[in-house]
Design a protein around this ligand. Structure first.
Ligand code: NAP
Length: 308
């Protein structure tokens, strides 16, 4: 029977952190494998327009940027494998990733699974996905051409989603539980000027109104306690992210669900590194994720040298 292959590094997740780790691993001459569930890019691939990643003066869409990152890493010999990781064993010196396409072994692991959308927590939310409830405006926005939609949330994602949808839908309600948006100032004026975005401040969604499909939302004003309802064909839930730490929650130290790791990306298990949105950090952006990918490989190269 042939001996199992042990990679220098397995990178889990093909977002900007993962592909930057792959690029740096390739350039460092590591025998590395990147495991990705679906396609390159992670959350970034779902972003319609990225204007704050340097080097693209006109901005770039996330899908294209992701493909470029993948090709750049592959130029340095990194293999990407599309497989879903179902189990991780991180504690031993040789770490194992069990996937839908077999088990892979490595001396180091870079965890770059990122984060997924946070649910609103409303009754019927899961059942209405694809029938009026959505989490990605750039993916599902076109289904609501000429219709009325709502966006829930007050951060950058909600603001960007409302603006994107205002160019597709007839009318957009932007529903936020506070007095003003948390989103960066650059979004505020375009939202005011959009003409078809109605900002419902101090408002929470108390119920999803539906038959077979979503028909509207019941709302409550958090200041006056007044209840109301709006009719809409779709609601885009943009209330933040939750880290994809399910596979490691019993093995690694977490803080509010994020893997505890500083700028070095080192976790509390030697040889295991956390890069990008999945780790504790103050700013979750493409530009900070790529920095983590580079830092993780830098730390992993030191670890490999010390543990020859
Ligand atoms: P976020 O910044 O965490 O904002 C989440 C928003 O949802 C907040 O306004 C929050 O309200 C609200 N919220 C949370 N739970 C809620 C609930 N149960 N009901 C109602 N509202 C709820 O998340 P994000 O907008 O997805 O952004 C995540 C990260 O990605 C941020 O770092 C952001 O800067 C970055 N991002 C950047 C860009 C860009 O630069 N182009 C675009 C998109 C995202 P409170 O205000 O009350 O907390």
């Amino acid at each position: 029977m042939s001996e199992k292959h042990i990679y220098d590094m397995i990178i889990i997740g093909g977002g900007p952190a993962g592909y930057t780790a792959a690029l740096y691993a390739g350039r460092a001459g590591l025998d590395a494998l990147l495991l990705e569930k679906l396609s390159a890019g992670g959350q970034m691939a779902l972003t319609h327009q990225i204007d704050n990643y340097p080097g693209f003066e006109d901005g770039i869409d996330g899908f294209t940027l992701a493909e470029r990152m993948r090709r750049q890493a592959e130029r340095f010999g990194i293999r990407s494998k599309y497989a879903e990781v179902t189990e991780l064993e991180l504690k031993a010196a040789v770490k194992a990733a069990v996937t839908t396409s077999g088990t892979f072994y490595a001396k180091t692991v870079v965890l770059a699974m990122g984060a997924g959308p946070r649910e609103l927590g409303a009754d019927g939310e899961a059942e209405l996905i694809g029938r009026g409830v959505a989490y990605c405006a750039s993916c599902d926005g076109m289904f609501y051409k000429g219709k009325t939609v709502a966006v829930v949330g007050g951060g950058d994602t909600a603001a960007a989603d409302a603006l994107l949808l205002s160019r597709i839908a007839k009318k957009v309600y932007l529903i936020h539980r506070r007095e003003s948006l948390r989103a960066a100032k650059i979004y505020h004026l375009p939202i005011e000027n959009a003409g078809n975005i109605e900002f419902l401040k101090n408002t929470v969604v108390t119920e999803l109104l539906h038959g077979e499909k979503l028909t509207g939302l019941r709302l409550k004003n958090t200041v006056t306690e007044e209840e109301s309802a709006v009719e809409c064909d779709g609601v885009f839930i943009s209330v933040g992210r939750k880290p994809e730490t399910r596979l490691v929650e019993n093995q690694l130290e977490l803080e509010n669900g994020y893997i505890t790791a500083g700028e070095s990306t080192k976790t509390d298990i030697p040889g295991v590194f956390a890069a990008g949105d999945i780790r504790t950090k103050p700013l979750r952006q493409v530009v900070t994720a790529v920095a983590d990918g580079a830092a993780a490989v830098h730390a992993a190269v030191d670890y490999l040298a010390e543990n020859e």
